[in-house]
Design a protein around this ligand. Sequence first.
Ligand code: FES
Ligand code: FE
Length: 454
Amino acid sequence: MTDTGRAPSAPQRFRLDRRAFSDDQILAEEISRVFRPTWQLLGFATELPDIGDYVLRRLVDDGVIVVRNEEGGISVLLNSCSHRGTQLCRATFGNSAHFRCSYHGWTYANDGRLVGVPSVRKNYPANFEKSEFDLRRARAEIYRGFIFATWSEDAPPLPEYLGEFRWYLDAMLDLTGGEWEVYGPPQRSAVKGNWKISTDNFAGDGYHMGTTHQAAFEQSIYGSSLADGTLGVGELDLMAVNISTPQGHAVRAGYVIEKGDPRLPERSPDEVAYLGYPREEWPRFTESQTYEQMQFNSHCEVVHGTVFPNAAFLSVSHDHAVGRTDDPLTKYFVWRTHTPLDARHTECTYWTLVPTSMSEEWKQRSYAFQARSQSAGGILFEMDDFENFARIDAAISGSVADTAPADLSLGLGLGTPLPDFPGPGAAEHLTLSEHNQRGYYRRWSELMETPGVN
Ligand code: FES
Ligand code: FE
């Protein structure tokens, strides 16, 4: 990565070697340097309500069983028999007190202990100790229902790892009273393109909206009903705030503002607007938040970002689904992970979160909006994005193409600092900027120990 300047005080370039998006040797280094010391999102506690509930997930390049064990805690177990390595559990979700290997029948409790070995007394040496063959357990921690895991013994505790991002996660969850649940089964898909391409897009790429997602704007699904004057502003504009944290996490929040007045005014409880939620809920929402959270959430039309290294989220309102123009403006909140299958293929997993307190009818509508736009079958957004991501993959790995750098200098040095922004971190305003992507790749480069990082 290089950063050269038009003037010494005003760097004008931020570039990244394109081989980072296509080279399996770089992925091998990422697995040990970027993924191994960090926490990865694996799922949500509400997916596992009962003792014995489990789901299969990938923890970087290993399959794991995420299970609610007999003590009610969450175990993350390597899904590979300690005898000869057979995949232990094959059903992607279910409920079980034990996992029995299909090859020779070794059986494990759902906390990973080896509890059954056929013929152990007769045919194994007297000093055979079952406890030496328990399943490998990853460290697992839950923050507000989000299940994270890591193989590292040295990673900091999860709240510390989340750092300043924790404030933003709390604010997004507290908006509606605090309790959220996964709605419907999560989706998975395998897509072309390096895992970082989709991740950095979620960190802060507002730039692609006008071209990649032009069709969505033309169909007026993006908040056209906001222009009805009820927000207390005249002609509307969108003001984006970018926050990048030292841990590489990112938040980009877009606020509805008065056109030509690029400020975020303080809102009193009487002036708030929680876009995409029924108006009768707004007073209840205000009561559940701190004053600062209220300022962050009010008039926020879209918020998206990244939890380093490979989790991303988006909360946005749509006016209607394609072909249905009578739906009210409705928010959805999708979380996703982008896990490398190899340097050029990625597994995406999608979860829709809904506030537990909302009506079933609202939850269904929120889920439907998310599924139709940001999911494996998302006909407007996801398909548009992955078409471009696959085209990046198709075009960057030739012997000439991979010597050209990827450029990330949009908005470099041009953002307006917002010292009074209610959340922590260095917030800056510039609606079209690669500020957050630069923060993401700075952290990536620190861990990869790439020379020449700015
Ligand atoms: Fe699992 Fe033999 S490989 S019991
Ligand atoms: Fe997009």
